[in-house]
Ligand binder design. Structure first.
Ligand code: DGL
Length: 268
């Protein structure tokens, strides 16, 4: 059955990181109601096995479907890498968008895209999901990946531009130096927070920085418009978390730069 245009968009992540996607969606689609789920009891996903991430992701998908969402955005790169196909199957005719497809399309749309860099969690990098998504479109593209496991805790601490953050980033980005990188995909929800510092540390190679949050928000807009499901009268933002709503609220307000009041705790 076709959903109503006033149904909410469901967005989910392992924790607060996916709020970078929620923020981009709020900007691109200010009249949509958004239901956000952050799995704060079980974050981080980036160091867990594919099977575990998949079973968590399917529980969250069921939860969002029970809320009557008209579209699901997988904001978490680790979930996109491990469970996208299973989520699409579980969602039936509800469209599912994911950050890996969005980031890939953005990178190959760049005028220069012969050499693409990807930074992400260990799980995302080990899955080679970005490498597969990019080379499935164009085999001649060279993809260099780098796992950056320390960036998630740094971002959660709000250490995004201090000496420790810079040294850590410098270490991780070393692998791309002098390799003629055309673009760098920020393949983790938390990395857009380092967006200001990264270009400088890439040493003026001129690589464009790809933030899949902007790209998935644009795709969501286009898909809803195509399906005639754009909402003209919403704008509510409701959050559900599996643990520590207060901590979520503090971090969410920092991430979004606005107050967040509707936070409900649920156990899946
Ligand atoms: N949301 C995760 C991602 O984008 C990062 C945090 C985690 O490891 O759960 O891969």
């Amino acid at each position: 059955m076709k959903k109503s245009s006033t149904a909410p968009i469901g967005i989910f992540d392992s924790g607060i990181g996916g709020l970078t996607v929620a923020k981009a969606v709020m900007k691109a689609l200010p009249n949509e109601d958004i239901i956000y789920f952050g799995d704060t009891a079980r974050v981080p996903y980036g160091i867990k096995s594919e099977e575990t991430v998949r079973s968590y992701a399917l529980q969250i998908t069921e939860f969002l479907l029970s809320k009557g969402v008209k579209m699901i955005l997988i904001a978490c790169n680790t979930v996109s890498a491990s469970a996208k196909d299973e989520i699409i199957k579980a969602a039936g005719d509800i469209p599912v968008l994911d950050v890996i497809t969005a980031g890939t399309l953005a990178a190959i749309s760049e005028p220069r895209h012969h050499h693409v860099g990807v930074i992400g969690t260990l799980a995302t990098v080990n899955s080679k999901a970005y490498v597969k998504a990019i080379t499935d479109i164009d085999k001649s593209i060279v993809v260099t990946q780098q796992a950056c496991p320390l960036l998630v805790p740094l971002a959660e601490e709000g250490w995004i531009d201090n000496e420790i953050a810079r040294q850590t980033l410098k270490h991780y980005l070393e692998v791309f130096k002098g390799k003629g990188l055309d673009s760098l995909i920020l393949g983790c929800t938390h990395y857009p927070l380092f967006k200001e510092v990264i270009p400088e540390l890439l040493n003026g190679d001129g690589a464009s920085i790809i933030d899949s949050a902007d790209s998935i928000a644009k795709t969501a807009f286009d898909r809803l418009a195509d399906m005639e499901l754009l909402n003209g009268s919403g704008g509510e933002f409701q959050c559900f978390v599996s643990d520590r709503p207060q901590r979520f609220q503090e971090l969410a307000e920092r991430f979004l730069g606005r107050s967040v009041s509707e936070i409900t705790i649920v156990s899946l």
